[in-house]
Design a binder for this molecule. Sequence first.
Ligand code: SPV
Ligand code: MG
Length: 290
Amino acid sequence: MSRNARFRQQLQHATLMHAMSAHNPLSARLAADAGFDAIWGSGFELSASYAVPDANILSAGLHLDMMRAIAAVVDIPVIADIDTGFGNAINVAYAVPQYEAAGVSAVVMEDKTFPKDTSLRADGRQELVRTEEFQGKIEAACAARRDPDFCVIARTEALIAGLGQAEALARATAYEAAGADAILIHSKQTTPDEVLAFIAAWQGRVPLVLVPTAYPQLREADIQALGKVGLVIYGNHAIRAAVGAMRDVFARIRQDGGIHAVDAALPTVRDIIALQGDAGMRELERKFLR
Ligand code: SPV
Ligand code: MG
């Protein structure tokens, strides 16, 4: 079964899938090794790794290239965060086949205006496009895919924008009607209450997707028990882990005046060489170098 078909089947049935964010192929490989079901090709993480805001500062091509590089080194599905789709429905129609050709299994597109502002920032600039306009973008994405198993996930930022449950439900319902394969409902409240209220009220047929960054107390077992959620995305834990680890080690080296004290606690150079795919290269050497 293809990677796309596996993703679609798992999203629609069976147990809750979990995706870990990645900002480069190495972080994706570590997430796959840890046992995550899928990779979240996070715009927030990629922006952070370039030290720029998550506000469409980076080009679409740069994100696309990173998704291609990630999909090349992992077997698990890659879910690309295409923000608002880089413009209107026309931009979406051009972007989706490129993501599909890059080896991605799904895109998540959000209903904000382009250029977007990041969702979890306090007092971010959160403006939504008209529901009909976003329906057109979903329809464009669905029409542009070549593999019917490629998934189009619609994300509503209605709760993030403070527009309330009724607007969030109306938008999610309209997005399902436009052909979305799943609905991502995002929230920046520090308790899961508004997301739980949304889930309880959701009457749609397609599964829901959660990104519980702001309400980490909601565990997978609790989400699974709700029955309507097909995917949980851990949106920024790769970059936060990397930043924390680098900050600690860099500070320690300055403090100690050398690398003598930190060395034993770090992954070995041999470990990194293995993560670079050294075994595969040695196999090529054995076969082809004469
Ligand atoms: C991302 O990881 O880029 C996301 C999730 O879109 S969030 O940052 O919570 O908006
Ligand atoms: Mg994003």
